[in-house]
Ligand binder design. Structure first.
Ligand SMILES: Nc1nc2c(ncn2[C@@H]2O[C@H](COP(=O)(O)OP(=O)(O)OP(=O)(O)O)[C@@H](O)[C@H]2O)c(=O)[nH]1
Ligand SMILES: [Mg+2]
Length: 483
């Protein structure tokens, strides 16, 4: 299977760029930064169990109280917070952790399952032949999300996607959408001069309606009343869309619930998209409020760029949120043009403990295909590789620039040298430095990095705890042992 092999490659690649020296105590989860405070509080609560072998009533009460505070501060509603903590409390008292599983891990597993339960099971999104209507109040992220979704469908399912801009109120909406989708191959239909939205939709469907996926962006208002309501109903009738997605800004917190219900009554919302999760501490509130409305969360928006969208799956989302990492998400990041045989070869080598510069180079290429390290790192568990998920912004920037530099240096090496870096004594180092226009110091740096990575690779192979962790994240074992 390409997936798990890709993971090996990506992890290896990330690893090759980080030595133990780089590990920082700064905790940073690039995308879900806004909910970082929540994560810290949950970890803090669970930390109360540190060093305990047996559970006692007082500790359970403290844990429960502390967890409840964490939930309330992330804006979960009072009832949910109460229910969750009570269930965790009961689990701590009544369920015996499996042999070898620490109390902390046991508690973390309970919190994890409860959070996943609160956020609910997601709806399946059909990959082809869909018409999608985007609705929502003013400024919630409809247009941005329209572009993101169009590109998502194209990327994930190879679909021919068209979008129709039916917002006749926001000046420049067509321009905004076209700009975001520039170079993606998604066709954008719009009539910037036309004042009647329904007409644009009708014409648009005639023009691009045969596309595999058609997404229609609509206008927002301050509140859902009068004109907008009529306009929306008319558009919905003409579009006869198979999906009606409501876009909600996470900032609205608990108000997300009533908002979703109002729109649901109007157009029959089939899925909700919570945007701007990168920018608000109230994310927990919006997510949990929406998930109780019967219009499940289908995607979340985590930034302004076109790629900043994630298909919402509560288990993956929560494991990322709690810093347990998201191996499945990492697999999704792997480009489709990944050479499976090459991946297989590399994985075998890595597991055999051999690790050449060529391997490291292959991993670097892989990394650069995926894009920024931020994306990769945000999917890694905090505990993995001695806290690689916890690197600060500065460290990550450093890593990225190292990637570029190493590549240049390695381009000046022979295959033999890349296969066996131990050949690289001073005369060869001098030659490579000259050939690549770098300093000898930089070539040596690369070798130091390789040495360090090789050692970590060996550790990776031998680390049972980590292997178990990876297994559990890949769904091989239920026990999310955080070590
Ligand atoms: N940080 C962040 N910003 C976002 C996200 N989604 C949208 N935005 C920003 O939010 C602002 C409003 O987004 P739009 O897509 O124009 O919202 P809209 O709902 O189409 O707005 P109207 O058409 O005016 O109703 C823009 O500046 C977007 O860049 C997100 O997930 N994260
Ligand atoms: Mg808009």
């Amino acid at each position: 299977m390409t997936g798990s092999l890709s993971v090996q490659r990506i992890l290896g690649g990330a690893l090759a760029q980080s030595g133990p020296d780089n590990v920082q105590t700064t905790r940073l989860m690039p995308k879900l930064m806004a909910l970082e405070g929540f994560k810290q509080r949950v970890l803090g609560s669970i930390g109360l169990l540190k060093g305990k072998r047996k559970i006692d009533e007082e500790t359970v009460k403290d844990l429960s109280k502390s967890l409840r505070r964490a939930l309330l501060e992330a804006d979960f509603n009072v009832r949910q917070a109460k229910e969750l903590t009570e269930r965790v409390e009961r689990g701590m008292v009544e369920e015996e952790p499996r042999p070898g599983v620490k109390l902390e891990t046991h508690a973390m597993n309970l919190v994890y399952s409860e959070l996943v339960r609160i956020l609910g099971t997601p709806r399946v999104i059909k990959p082809h032949n869909q018409t999608v209507l985007m609705v929502g109040l003013y400024g919630q992220g409809k247009t941005t999300t329209t572009a993101k979704l169009a590109d998502w469908w194209r990327r994930s399912h190879g679909a021919k996607v068209s979008v129709i801009e039916a917002d006749v109120h926001r000046p420049g909406a067509f321009e905004q959408l076209s700009q975001m989708l520039e170079g993606t191959g998604v066709e954008v239909y719009g009539e910037p001069g036309t004042k009647v939205a329904a007409e644009i939709v009708r014409n648009g469907l005639k023009k691009v309606g045969t596309s595999d996926i058609v997404i229609i962006d609509t206008a927002g208002r301050d509140s859902l009343d009068g004109d907008l309501k009529d306009e929306l109903l008319e558009i919905a009738r003409i579009a006869n869309a198979s999906e009606r997605f409501l876009v909600i800004d996470a900032q609205v917190g608990q108000a997300a619930g009533p908002m979703a219900e109002t729109f649901h009554e109007l157009v029959g919302v089939t899925g909700t998209i919570v945007t701007k999760l990168d920018g608000t501490a109230r994310g927990g509130g919006a997510l949990s409020a929406v998930s109780t409305t019967g219009a499940p969360i289908v995607f979340v928006g985590e930034g302004e760029r076109i790629g900043d969208i994630e298909k919402f799956e509560s288990d993956r989302f929560i494991s990322r949120l709690l810093g347990m990492g998201d191996i499945k998400g990492l697999i999704d990041l792997a480009p489709e043009d990944l050479d499976e045989q090459e991946a297989m070869r590399l994985t075998k080598r890595l597991m055999s403990g051999r690790f050449t510069l060529t391997d490291m180079y292959a991993q670097m290429e892989m990394m650069s295909k995926i894009g920024t390290l931020d994306k990769v790192l945000s999917h890694l568990p905090d505990t993995m590789f001695g806290g690689m998920g916890n690197m600060g912004v500065a460290q990550k920037r450093q890593m990225q620039s190292n990637l570029d530099k190493y590549r240049i240096v390695m381009d000046s090496m022979t295959q033999e040298e890349k296969d066996d870096p131990l050949l690289l004594k001073s005369s060869r180092i001098r030659r490579i430095a000259r050939g690549s226009g770098c300093e000898e110091k930089e070539v040596k740096e690369l070798l130091t990095q390789w040495n360090r990575s090789k050692k970590m690779m060996r550790g990776f192979r031998g680390d049972r705890k980590m292997r178990r962790q990876m297994q559990s994240m890949m769904g091989i074992d239920d026990d999310l042992d955080l070590g």
